[in-house]
Design a protein around this ligand. Structure first.
Ligand code: C2E
Ligand code: MG
Ligand code: MG
Length: 656
């Protein structure tokens, strides 16, 4: 009870919002309070001027006026000021003190006038005190402690003074005022409680708003951040590129966009598991972030793809040098709890101005440069240049013609035999695509296959070529096999694989006569899916040939995990086979490996008698190359076969 009543009389300092609200509400009432106090006081001194001594009607009131004036001036200069919590408490404390002091002062002063007047003047004193104090208490509504203190300090003595005056009118008046006081205190407490509740609900509302804001900020952060590496994601990278691009154009500063693709990440995922794969990506992010001093902004764009914004690099040479340092950093081994993983990163860079001025264009050019890096210079940097510009235009032209092309009429096949050196016979034909466009003329297969991949129409093209190849095979003797090349995209497209299996089934050709050729890079890009699809071909009895073996980055362990029937050694090892010991030992290893895993080994690109002799000495039996025959039209295969024995026997006898 005591503690409760004490709480009523103290400042609620633990509630900063309430303290601030109290101070603000009271500040608004200050002029009214002092206006009422001073005018009422002036009225009382005027009615007592003749009757009471100058000390009471002039000097003491003047002092009270001075204090009031001082307070008003202070109010005027501080009315818009913001107070800290401690200052606000200090302000409330001094207000309480001043209230008590002024209350006691005015009360004592007015009661001291009482003995000097007649009945009217005495009534004025009573009226003055009751009226003024009730007015002041209402002005102090928001300061509960001050209002209650003032009630006690003024109305206590007032009731006692007039209640015990012996005059029944004054006694009635005292009683009356006491009852009004009780009612007023009740109203005051209720009002204050509501005021406090209002502040509390405002506080909760503000807190809820702050929480909503915090959640929305967090949402925004997550929407713009890659959760694995904590780097900005593609969305933020794109926004940042647009922003910096506009700034660079305005200020004439340099900017370049870099795109990184990891080489060999999929095998790491497949061999070491996804958790090591994740750790590796995190470390790649860290290694990229370590270049922050060079004014680069790194981001993870998805999968094993990262983006960089370069600023302040003056030209292609500097970008090339910095890019190669970044690639070198990515190539360092990644060691996780004793296991060592290796990947490399290829980087394609497009410079603002050289490559274009829009974000889209920079993306396209950087992507093209990255493609070149991956094709030819893995683990290095390619900066987009004017020659690439011509190439990209050419590719665009080809893609356009390809989209408009009727594959059935414009595409045809050339067939190159694979020769069995032991029997001097043709064991198989490889079908090689040819395109003579009515608009742009003859285009090399390496070019239009790539264009079809980029245009996303390779699947349809492969289907048409497969049909044509199967038709051609029907014209050959049963023992001659058919080899058809699949693109990287085909191997990982379930839709294309479904369609191809249907075409093969409908052709009437025994699937066991057919080989599909897939390249290492195709398999490595998405090993799990590629292996699954390859298995589907194998289940139908179709042979699986690994094309261009030795040029990719696959480890030999992968060979074991695919149902391979044929390995084709890439031409690059054959070119210097007669002179290069290393090439010879690599080929020897692959030949032995093939024999061990039960695969047929075919060597590609045989151009000279020396090469044939060298390879026969290494134990190679199946060969393919210009030395035996160039890719030929279907019509020519018949004539070639008719004379093959007479051509091949002397050729092989010469080398064997
Ligand atoms: P590939 O599958 O490795 O085909 C062998 C390539 O080497 C052919 O080039 C062939 O003409 C060439 N070649 C054969 N013997 C020799 C030789 O002794 N010396 C030299 N210098 N070259 C020789 P082509 O026909 O230009 O095809 C190039 C590549 O285009 C193929 O390499 C293959 O990756 C792709 N390709 C060709 N046709 C198709 C197709 O129908 N589908 C798909 N997806 N890719 C195809
Ligand atoms: Mg091939
Ligand atoms: Mg090949």
């Amino acid at each position: 009870m005591l503690r409760n009543s004490r709480a009523f009389l103290t400042i609620e300092a633990s509630d900063p919002e309430l303290v601030q609200a109290q101070l603000a509400a009271f500040t608004k009432q200050v002029p009214l309070l002092y206006f009422m106090l001073v005018t009422n006081t002036v009225a009382l001194t005027v009615t007592h001027f003749q009757a009471a001594p100058a000390l009471l009607t002039l000097y003491i009131p003047s002092m009270l006026y001075a204090v009031s004036l001082f307070r008003l001036v202070h109010w005027w200069f501080s009315r818009h000021r913001h107070y800290t919590h401690e200052e606000a408490i200090g302000r409330l404390r001094s207000t309480y003190r001043l209230t008590a002091l002024l209350g006691a002062g005015f009360c004592a002063w007015s009661l001291s006038l009482f003995p000097y007047g007649d009945a009217y003047q005495q009534s004025h004193v009573a009226f003055y005190i009751a009226n003024t104090v009730i007015g002041c208490i209402f002005c102090l509504m928001h300061l509960r402690a001050a209002a209650l203190a003032l009630t006690a300090i003024v109305l206590g003595p007032f009731t006692i003074f007039f209640g015990t005056s012996g005059n029944p009118v004054f006694t009635a008046l005292a009683l009356n005022v006491a009852l009004v006081t009780i009612a007023m205190v009740f109203i005051l407490l209720t009002y204050y409680r509501d005021f406090r509740a209002l502040i509390q609900s405002q506080k909760e509302l503000t807190a809820r708003q702050a929480e909503t804001q915090r959640l929305s900020d967090e949402n925004h952060r997550l929407a713009n951040l890659d959760s694995l590496t904590n780097l900005p994601n593609r969305r933020q990278f794109r926004a940042e590129l647009e922003k910096r691009l506009a700034l660079a154009e305005k200020n004439g500063t340099s900017l370049a966009l870099g795109l990184i693709d990891l080489d060999g990440f999929k095998p790491v995922n497949d061999t070491f598991g996804h958790s090591i794969g994740d750790k590796l990506l995190i470390e790649v992010g860290e290694r990229l972030s370590a270049f922050a001093d060079h004014n680069i902004f790194p981001a993870r764009l998805g999968g094993d793809e990262f983006g960089l914004i370069f600023e302040g690099q003056p030209g292609p040479d500097q970008l090339h040098a910095l890019g190669d340092r970044i690639c070198a950093a990515l190539q360092e081994p990644y060691i996780f709890s004793g296991q060592t993983a290796r990947v490399s990163g290829s980087l394609g860079v497009a410079i603002l101005g050289d490559a274009g001025t829009t974000a889209d264009r920079l993306f396209d050019c950087a992507d093209f440069a990255l493609y070149l890096a991956k094709q030819n210079f893995r683990g290095t940097t390619v900066v987009f240049s004017a020659e690439h510009e011509a190439e990209i235009n050419e590719l665009g032209r080809i893609q356009q013609a390809l989209r408009a092309a009727d594959f059935r009429t414009e595409m045809y096949l050339a067939f190159q035999p694979m020769v069995d050196a032991d029997t001097s016979g043709i064991s198989a034909y490889e079908a090689l695509a040819r395109w003579k466009s009515p608009t742009i003329g003859t285009v090399a297969p390496s070019v239009f296959i790539r264009a079809a991949e980029r245009a996303g129409i390779i699947g349809k093209l492969t289907e048409v070529l497969m049909q044509k190849a199967l038709e051609a095979a029907k014209t050959w003797p049963e023992h001659i096999r058919l080899s058809v090349n699949l693109s990287t995209r085909d191997v990982v497209s379930n839709k294309t694989v479904d369609a191809l299996l249907d075409i093969i089934a409908e052709s009437g050709i025994d699937p066991a006569r057919l080989d599909i050729e897939v390249t290492e890079t195709a398999v490595m890009r998405n090993f799990t899916l590629a292996a699954e699809n390859i298995r589907r071909f194998a289940e139908r009895g179709i042979g699986i040939a690994l094309d261009d073996f030795g040029t990719g980055h696959s480890s030999l362990s992968y060979v074991h995990r695919l149902p391979l029937t044929k390995i084709k050694i890439d031409r690059s090892f054959i070119i210097d086979i007669a002179t290069n010991e290393l090439s010879r030992s690599i080929v020897k290893t692959i030949v032995d490996l093939s024999r061990n895993v039960g695969c047929v080994c075919v060597v590609e690109g045989m151009e000279t008698a020396e090469q044939v002799a060298a390879l026969r000495a290494l134990g190679c039996r199946m060969m393919q190359g210009y030395y035996f025959a160039r890719p030929q039209k279907l019509e020519d295969t018949l004539a070639y076969r008719a004379t093959a024995e007479t051509i091949l026997n002397p050729v092989l006898r010469k080398t064997g």
